[in-house]
Design a protein around this ligand. Structure first.
Ligand code: BG6
Length: 473
């Protein structure tokens, strides 16, 4: 349903995220009739003063290049009318205050203020303080981008700063993986079906994998990436959140509190990461990318084994992998089931004697698919088995046209005040806490070739199991 009237203030309005995702996403929400009846979007940035007209032009170009709907017609004109721009000056926020007040006056009534901090993490604290000092924070909600801190101490300090100004119910820490249709569908798949949940435990499942290889390199983001690395950029942020959904107990309801409480229990049960089970890699050529130190120790690849020590999962390894410049760009959860107690069949396939285990594969790269892999008799006079699969593809489902991109979904939810798909203070702190042993004792970097699946030792992380990817043998 449509949220109530809003003034959205977009910090970092001239930045990459705003251009690629946020402005096109807001416009798509407008075309889908999901923006409020009355709204204004005030763009703001520190370094680049733009006029209102300049910002409208920038938004037009961004939607043209990255949007799913073209910026034309009546909807575009209405959207464009709602845009204005103010330069942020932390020592004198009067221009921003004036722009927000003007937007509120145009709308009339009491629109909700929503600040979206699409800025580098180093700017979060000072921006929040400016919002408090200028009075803008009053009654407002705030969306904060990632990464939220770089370790436990910095995440706590940032939470303290934010909590001095906003209470938790008004804070929306974004992890855009949680806004992906097929990540959200993990909840439906598990808890709306009688078929899977009864076997979703250590009795039947032998391993879990969350694998997010990327073909992209760092795409000129050395400034951000050198101090961040694959572990902070992807694992603490996205992959462990997905793990939370895969591993959680059935929540008592779909309320934000119930869902987030169950996710927190998973995080509380995660054992601190053991550096012995972590492989860090760096692709050949990374050190010569512009802005990267010639002796950089930043990892562009990480593969690790995590353990959730609770009644459901004790002893089941969770393998996580992600990296830049790898062979394929995929986002895949694989659930590996135990083999039957007796092996009666011979299998014609990749790895003998039993080929792959039964696996449920959830591909969550939008639009995503889910597949069940099993063994079936091959046609012919012999009892020979081969691998078979049944697949559901999101793109084939009747509502596919209604799909929202992750950011769109999350901005909509923030406007609706629904925190279900946002992370909590306790959650991010716990994830930094279990990361501490690794951050303190980083295993040495191993090189890998661009276009490979990581360092040559990547198979050791999962042994005696194999990575689901690549899918061929
Ligand atoms: C971002 C990371 O949060 O997620 C990037 O900073 C990564 O390094 C990206 O490429 C992947 O997200 P998506 O939306 O492309 O699946």
């Amino acid at each position: 349903s449509r949220p109530g009237d809003h003034v959205i203030v977009l910090f970092g309005a001239t930045g990459d995220l705003a251009k690629r995702k946020l402005l096109p996403g807001l416009f798509h929400l407008a075309t889908a009739g999901l923006l409020p009846q009355r709204y204004r979007i005030v763009g703001t940035a520190r370094s680049r003063g733009l006029s209102d007209a300049g910002f409208k032009q920038l938004a037009h170009a961004a939607v043209e290049e990255f949007g799913s709907t073209k910026p034309t017609g009546e909807t575009w004109r209405a959207f464009e009318d709602a845009l204005s721009f103010a330069t942020t000056d932390h020592s004198d926020p009067s221009a921003l205050v004036a722009a927000v007040q003007a937007a509120e006056k145009e709308i009339g009534g009491h629109p909700q203020r929503l600040f979206h901090l699409a800025i580098p993490p180093t700017g979060f604290g000072s921006t929040i303080e400016m919002l408090a000092a200028s009075g803008l924070a009053e009654g407002a909600r705030v969306i904060i981008e990632k990464p939220f801190g770089t370790d436990l101490a910095s995440a706590k300090a940032l939470n303290d700063t934010v909590h001095r100004v906003f209470d938790e119910s008004r804070i929306f820490r974004i992890d855009h993986f949680l806004g992906k249709e097929s990540v959200d569908n993990i909840l439906a798949f598990r808890f709306a079906n009688g078929l899977y949940e009864p076997v979703w435990n250590r009795e039947h499942i032998e391993y879990m994998q969350i694998d997010v290889p990327e073909t992209l390199t760092i795409e000129g983001r050395a400034d951000f990436y050198e101090g961040t690395g694959a572990f902070r950029d992807m694992v603490v942020t996205h992959l462990l959140q997905v793990l939370g959904f895969v591993a959680m107990e059935p929540p008592t309801s779909l309320s934000a509190t119930a869902l987030r409480d169950e996710k927190q229990k998973v995080f509380d049960s995660l054992l601190p990461l053991d550096p012995k089970h972590v492989l860090r890699g760096q692709y050949d050529g990374y050190r010569t990318e512009p802005g990267v130190a010639p002796d950089s120790q930043t990892e562009t690849f990480v593969a690790l084994r995590a353990n959730v020590e609770n009644w459901r999962w004790a002893g089941v390894p969770f393998f996580l992998r992600t990296g830049k410049a790898l062979r394929a760009g995929r986002q895949v959860v694989t659930i590996g089931f135990r083999e039957p107690v007796l092996r009666m069949f011979s299998v014609d396939g990749c790895s003998t004697p039993s080929a792959r285990r039964n696996e449920i594969v959830i591909d969550f790269a939008d639009p995503g698919w889910i597949s069940t892999r099993f063994l079936a008799k091959q046609p012919g006079p012999e009892m020979l088995l081969g691998e078979a699969e049944m697949t559901f593809r999101y793109a084939d489902s009747s509502g596919a046209a209604n799909a929202l991109e992750a950011y769109e979904r999350l901005i909509l939810n923030a406007m609706q005040g629904d925190q279900s798909l946002f992370t909590t203070a306790a959650g991010v702190e716990r994830l930094w806490e279990i990361s501490a042993p690794l951050l303190e004792h980083q295993p040495p970097i191993e090189p890998y070739l661009p276009g490979s699946w990581g360092p040559s030792t990547v198979g050791q992380v999962t042994a005696p199991y194999r990575w689901h990817l690549p899918e061929d043998c």
